[in-house]
Design a binder for this molecule. Structure first.
Ligand SMILES: [Fe+2]
Length: 202
């Protein structure tokens, strides 16, 4: 682990930063302290209500690894994440972990769907209102953005969302309505990721 330079801290707008190569997902990871707040609130350029972030963080990320058990143990025992739930379907296995009340900030998947270890599957950002998902869906369709999964709802976190492929190759899930993990949360196992929808376009 190395400490980030003053220049890097300034670029990230944080007080202090440490970097290390995370051993299971094989990704460059940064731990930060003292994230600076902007004087000016975020104002979307389109007429939407904004994003559900603050104490819930940016959203969630999903990675593939050759060692799901090792990765889960690392994030639970070393990084202090809590176990939310499990999912298994076809050749896929996923473990969902939380570090705040958001259902999951990190999900770890096996090497299903031809993915290699360290592959970044997707980032999820969550809108404040469902209508914002509808507006964004129209924009995505009008601009013919590459759709990975059509509108649908997940079984475990109850997020309504659609997925597009970004220019970086990873997915962007645009969602709404995620449920929160409370003190009496019970870990469950799901055999399907979607309650409905989330179909792959032809
Ligand atoms: Fe997701």
């Amino acid at each position: 682990m190395t400490e980030g330079s003053a220049e890097l801290c300034a670029e990230r707008r944080v007080y202090r930063l440490y970097r290390f190569r995370e051993p299971f997902l094989d990704v460059e990871t940064e731990l930060v302290a003292g994230q600076f707040s902007d004087r000016y609130p975020f104002v979307p350029t389109r007429g939407i209500t904004g994003y559900r972030t603050g104490p819930l963080g940016l959203g969630h990320v999903v990675f593939h690894t050759h060692d799901v058990r090792g990765a889960v143990a690392f994030y639970r025992d070393v990084m202090g994440f809590g176990l939310t739930d499990y999912m298994g379907w076809a050749d896929a296995e996923a473990v969902f972990l939380h570090c705040n009340p958001r259902h999951h900030s990190l999900a770890i998947m096996n090497l299903c769907m031809g993915r290699t270890s360290g592959t970044f599957n997707h980032l999820m950002v969550e809108a404040q209102e469902y209508d914002d998902i509808g507006y964004a869906y129209d924009v995505a369709r009008d601009k013919a953005l590459p759709m990975i999964m059509d509108l649908g709802k997940h079984t475990n976190d109850h997020v309504h969302s659609f997925y597009i492929r970004t220019q970086g190759g990873y997915g962007l899930e645009y969602g709404w309505g995620g449920r929160l993990v409370g003190p009496d949360w019970q870990v469950r196992f799901y055999d399907q990721p979607m309650l409905y929808g989330h179909r792959t376009p032809a």
